[in-house]
Design a protein around this ligand. Structure first.
Ligand code: ARG
Length: 403
């Protein structure tokens, strides 16, 4: 009996060809794994396609809840955004897929797992480092990286073996999507000078075609996790879905980025992440109200570090565990509601409130009711400025010496 391989299967051309190729080249029995992370596919036809092309079993797993609650929301709590803009949707899905591949391999008694990534992207790194961190014994095959066929050759191969070629192959872009965002690459957008064509976007309206009325929304947080929308408590998945719709309809969440891939290539990528963009903005506003100056400053450094580790495929690292412990500790009092205005592609925070707010109006006010003891300011300034004053006296600047 031949050994088994678990193949991460999207239903697209490459992974369909991979089913056949793994059987031909390595004489392996192929079990496919397709995950539902909110990518809204027709999973039953993906399943039958896998079986038709030659998989012995085709498994579909709905992991939307785990994805949102264990991957996306902790990243939101960290305010992690790669290179200032990318909320990391694709990057966050890969460690989860890696984990599911490893689990299924154990269940099925397979010694090998496989994925459809090429050798030029970040996803191969995230999957393989993820797999190795959970089960270093598993073997990994990356068919598309090994066969090095061009697009045309892959289509030829598919025709030869009667593998259905999806209509979407005609799409000029390579798309990856989940609840946290949609990533768009390839085709004309590879020219960084070219304005993104409208057909690249599908979750967001062009700001020119959005409603002419301003929309207001209120997002409620507990411990830095969004729990309600417009005063209605909502479950994680529906909250993100709903926000994607609302913000997307106002043209919010389009991102156009030239980014630095882990494998050394600069690439121009487009993203749509309406919910993530709104939630990040709201979460930061609530933190501004509830965290101290030092926490906010240090947390910005952690956010950079956190984003890099997610982008670079180090989700299952001790470094991640350590940063998570810090981030979780900071979220203890991040409760409250943020009010936002959505209009023509832009979301702005217009109000925030929290039972743990550190904002004290009677200290801040210039009106009646001021409780700040202004007479204390002169003593404070005397001590605060003392070292600078002494240094200026004893070590006068060069210009003064020449006078
Ligand atoms: N550049 C992004 C990232 O590395 C998006 C990758 C999209 N992946 C894909 N297979 N189309 O996270």
């Amino acid at each position: 009996m031949s050994d088994k391989v678990i193949l991460a299967y999207s239903g697209g051309l490459d992974t369909s060809v991979a089913i056949k190729w793994l059987k031909e080249k390595y004489d392996l029995e192929v079990v496919t794994l397709t995950v539902d992370i909110g990518n809204e596919r027709d999973f039953s036809s993906i399943r039958s396609k896998a079986l038709n092309v030659g998989a012995s079993k085709a498994i579909i797993k709905d992991v939307r809840k785990i994805f949102v609650e264990k991957f996306a929301f902790p990243t939101l709590q960290a305010n992690a955004v790669y290179e200032g803009q990318y909320p990391l949707a694709t990057a966050l899905s890969r460690p989860l897929i890696a984990q599911l591949l490893v689990e299924l391999a154990l269940e099925e008694g397979a010694s090998t797992v496989a994925h459809g990534c090429t050798g030029k992207g970040n996803d191969q790194v995230r999957l393989e480092v993820g797999i190795a961190s959970i089960n270093p014994e598993l073997k990994v095959i990356a068919p598309a990286r090994e066969w090095a066929m061009t697009r045309e050759e892959t289509i030829e191969y598919a025709k030869r073996y009667n593998i259905p070629i999806p209509i979407t192959t005609a799409s000029p872009y390579s798309i990856d999507e989940n609840l946290w965002g949609r990533s768009i690459e390839c085709g004309v957008i590879e020219d960084p000078w070219l304005e993104p064509p409208n057909d690249a976007y599908s979750w967001t309206r062009s700001p020119a075609n959005t409603p002419d009325e301003v929309a207001y929304i209120e997002i409620g947080f507990e411990r830095g996790i969004p729990v309600s929308l417009n005063q209605h408590e909502m479950k994680s998945i529906s909250l993100v879905q709903r926000l994607n719709e609302i913000a997307g309809s106002h043209g919010i969440g389009r991102i156009d980025l030239v980014e630095n891939r882990l494998v050394g290539i600069k690439s121009r990528e487009l993203y749509e992440a309406p919910a993530a963009v709104v939630l990040l903005e709201a979460h930061e506003a609530l933190e501004a109200l509830t965290l101290s100056k030092e926490q906010l400053r240090f947390k910005q450094k952690i956010a950079l570090e956190y984003a890099d580790l997610v982008y670079n495929g180090l989700w299952f690292s001790t470094h991640h565990q350590d940063l998570t412990a810090y981030v979780q500790s900071t979220q203890q009092f991040v409760h409250g509601v943020v009010r936002m205005k959505l209009f023509k592609g832009k979301c702005s925070v217009v109000g925030r409130t929290s039972p743990f707010s550190l904002y004290n109006r009677s200290l801040a006010t210039y009106d009646k009711g001021d409780e700040f003891d202004q007479s204390a300011a002169s003593g404070f300034i005397y001590i605060w400025g003392l070292p600078t004053k002494i240094q200026a006296q004893l070590q006068p600047p060069d210009d003064d010496k020449q006078k």
